[in-house]
Write a protein that binds this ligand. Structure first.
Ligand code: SER
Length: 429
């Protein structure tokens, strides 16, 4: 099944069950307290509260998302920065006649995964919230019973603590609640949230009179399990990009798998973020974009990729997605321009300074250092302009770490010794 077919099956399934299909919102959310859109429910957050939804109380969408919390995990089988989230949502239960809660939400997910997508039960495990004494929330017995009634054997259902089976809020405050998750082949694929509480700024949970459902299923992970791929990078959402990187046979694929994965993920994230209006800068969203682009550059050098890989890969990415996000094609020129400008800015630093740092880190390692000395890290930042993150990345690649305490102490020391400004002309990466 192609990703196009999977998208269609998902949307058709919910449309048939009375859900209004809503297009993805931008990656830059309305909510000022978050940098990027990280979940499908974000654009509907207000409908869980007092605002009435103009679309009725049942919605489904495929939402572009960007999350940087897992950025260091990118390169393994399933973690990404940019991804799409398939979701169905329900508001104002039980007051609104067209709303639903646990029973229908779980039944829908079971029907779609088991009956429509045909995933055999032996590949499925379920998690349910075990409750939390501190917040006085009891075990989610209702979800457990619903799963059992659908034929999931009890030994396939496990209980998760608040850190794993309770979701939200996004931003400073908002709806949140216990979750039940579908895991396929050990990978968490679908998160079903029951919004039963409002979490206020003081982090108190207040029970909601009108409850809601918010589900999120990572498209890339679903495609991976349905296409029987070993990783998200071997699905039709990624393989054209990887093929493009390998096009000129410039590097050894086996030993560089991690880097080609990081490049393809970050490129994709960059294309979408720029297309949604973000420009590289030293602050907030722009800073994240800048970090992504600089990482692409650093790794692309390792793979001997020449600058023309950029244009070809950006085109490939746009081709995969243009049917769903027509803006990408309109913004292609702009996207390339931003990438190219940023590449030029970083080029000097990259070709002169980064190889030196890589060599130094290697030497620290050979000399038996456990950590890169704080003074060294401080110096690369303040006098060369290469920020802690980049040194940290290089250190990690070589199996070492930075002692951040020591770096902070160095910074303090230098602030005291001289009141020399922090060399603002240098970009901290
Ligand atoms: N909001 C939940 C999540 O992001 C479910 O959609 O996982």
């Amino acid at each position: 099944m192609t990703h196009q077919e999977i998208r269609k099956k998902f949307l058709d399934f919910f449309e048939k069950r009375g859900h209004k299909i809503i297009p993805s919102s931008l990656l830059v959310p309305e909510d000022k307290s978050v940098l990027f859109t990280t979940a499908g429910m974000q654009q509907f957050k207000k409908y869980y509260l007092d605002n009435d939804s103009p679309y009725g109380n049942k919605i489904a969408s495929i939402q572009k998302c960007l999350r940087t919390v897992d950025i260091d995990e990118v390169g393994d089988e399933s973690h990404l920065t940019f991804f799409e989230m398939l979701g169905n949502f329900s508001f104002k239960f039980p007051e609104a006649k067209d709303s639903y809660f646990k029973k229908e939400a779980i039944k829908h997910s079971y029907d779609l995964i088991v009956n429509d997508f045909g995933v055999p039960l032996r590949r499925i495990k379920i998690s349910v919230f075990k409750g939390d004494d501190k917040n006085d929330i009891s075990i989610d017995q209702e979800s457990l019973e619903i799963w059992k009634s659908l034929g999931i054997p009890e030994e396939k259902i496990f209980f998760g603590e608040i850190k794993d089976n309770f979701w939200g809020p996004t931003g400073e405050e908002g709806p949140c609640g216990p979750t039940t998750e579908i895991h396929i082949d050990g990978i968490e694929v679908w998160n079903i949230v029951f919004n039963e509480y409002y979490c206020n700024k003081e982090k108190h949970l207040i029970p909601l009179q009108r409850k809601g459902v918010d589900t999120g299923m990572g498209l890339e992970r679903l495609v991976m399990v349905l296409q029987g791929s070993k990783s998200v990078f071997e699905t039709d959402l990624f393989s054209p990009i990887i093929t493009e990187l390998r096009n000129k046979n410039l590097y050894d694929y086996q030993s560089n798998q991690k880097f080609e994965r990081i490049i393809s993920d970050h490129l994709k994230a960059g294309v979408f973020v720029i297309s949604d209006g973000v420009m590289p800068s030293n602050l907030g969203r722009g800073y994240i974009l800048r970090k992504l682009i600089r990482k692409i550059m650093r790794h692309s050098k390792k793979l001997n990729l020449h600058d023309d890989f950029l244009q070809r890969s950006v085109k490939t990415i746009i081709n995969i997605y243009k049917e769903y996000y027509p803006d990408l094609e309109k913004n292609e020129e702009k996207v390339l321009e931003v990438f190219n400008e940023e590449f030029q800015k970083f080029e000097k630093l990259l070709s002169r300074e980064i190889p030196k740092i890589e060599k130094d880190v290697e030497e620290f390692k050979n000399k038996g250092y456990k950590f890169i000395p704080g003074a060294y890290v401080f110096n690369t930042q303040s006098s060369i302009g290469v920020g802690v993150e980049i040194v940290q990345d290089i250190a990690k690649e070589k199996g070492m770490e930075i002692n951040m305490e020591e770096v902070k102490k160095e910074e303090e020391k230098h602030k005291k010794v001289s009141r020399v400004s922090q060399d603002k002309k240098f970009i901290k990466l």
